[in-house]
Design a protein around this ligand. Structure first.
Ligand SMILES: [Zn+2]
Length: 281
């Protein structure tokens, strides 16, 4: 079903429309339709992120936004808090901090955030998956559901987990980088626990901005336990995927960020700090 739109536009907008139609070979109707849908649907497939994983690797842990501001951009996501003080999980519009031993608190809107990725989670695809022996098996299941290696995906997995292995970053000491700071992280496991995995899959081309591949956090159904996911075992889970084709980044204007040397490739450090690869000692 289609509708006719009658509206007034300025001269300059009319000329821009005509130019775009000429340039692309599409009708005015098509150009208007595309422009409107991208303007109005923008939030639907958008990721909003503050700072970069490259900066986090370099120890830029100063807050550059607040939990309240993040909530204006999304209802779902993950990140950390000022001074790397625990793991952030945002789910159904509420924001939680997981600290040592997986104890969680609801974060206040004024809390400072140095790094986070959020979206308004609306699944494009929901599937049942099962027999998840470990994190590799989970990732293989999710790989099969993703349509492309080149778009971001928001991921939500609900169910009862046979076992879940987590960590929570502990407050960094002044001057510590990510690898050093997470070397004194708290690691813990829970068995037979109902909850939700919240996270993202990031394309390899964005490796300096976010953790390439999967980055997953967990929060229990009672919202009392959580952390950054290191291991998982589960029978049946519901996997929801939100395809993200619009990536926004807020670049911090803090002195620490502006003066940081961010030229290095952060991949190796992230493998150790975020994916639990064996540390060089
Ligand atoms: Zn994490």
């Amino acid at each position: 079903m289609s509708h006719h739109l009658h509206c007034r536009v300025s001269d300059s907008l009319w000329h821009a429309l005509q130019n775009e139609a000429e340039r692309t070979g599409h009708s005015i109707s098509h150009v208007v339709q595309q422009a409107l849908s991208s303007a109005l649907d923008m939030e639907h497939h958008s990721i909003f992120q503050v700072s970069t994983t490259g900066a986090i690797v370099k120890g830029v842990f100063d807050g550059c936004t607040t939990v309240g501001d993040l909530k204006s951009h999304g209802d779902f996501g993950l990140g950390t808090f000022e001074d790397l003080d625990g793991e952030m999980v945002m789910l159904d519009g509420r924001c939680y901090q997981a600290v040592a031993d997986g104890v969680t608190h609801e974060a206040g809107d004024a809390w400072q955030v140095p790094f986070a990725t959020v979206t308004r989670f609306r699944p494009d695809r929901t599937e049942a998956i099962g027999n998840i022996a470990d994190l590799d098996a989970l990732q293989r299941e999710l790989d099969a559901l993703r349509p492309s290696e080149n778009i971001f995906v928001g991921l939500r997995l609900d169910g009862v987990f046979d076992r879940i292995d987590l960590r929570a970053a502990c407050k960094a000491l002044p001057g510590e980088d990510l690898v050093t700071a997470t070397s004194h992280q708290s690691e813990f496991s829970f068995e037979n626990i109902e909850g939700t995995i919240v996270g993202f899959w990031t394309p390899a081309y964005a490796k300096a901005l976010n953790v390439a591949g999967y980055h997953l956090h967990f929060i229990s159904a009672d919202r009392k336990k959580g952390g950054h996911l290191l291991g998982v075992k589960a029978g049946k889970l519901t996997a929801a995927l939100h395809l993200e084709t619009d990536f926004h980044i807020g670049i911090p204007e803090t002195r620490a960020f502006l003066e940081a040397d961010l030229r290095d490739d952060p991949t190796k450090a992230l493998d150790v700090a975020e994916k639990g690869f064996v540390r060089d000692r």
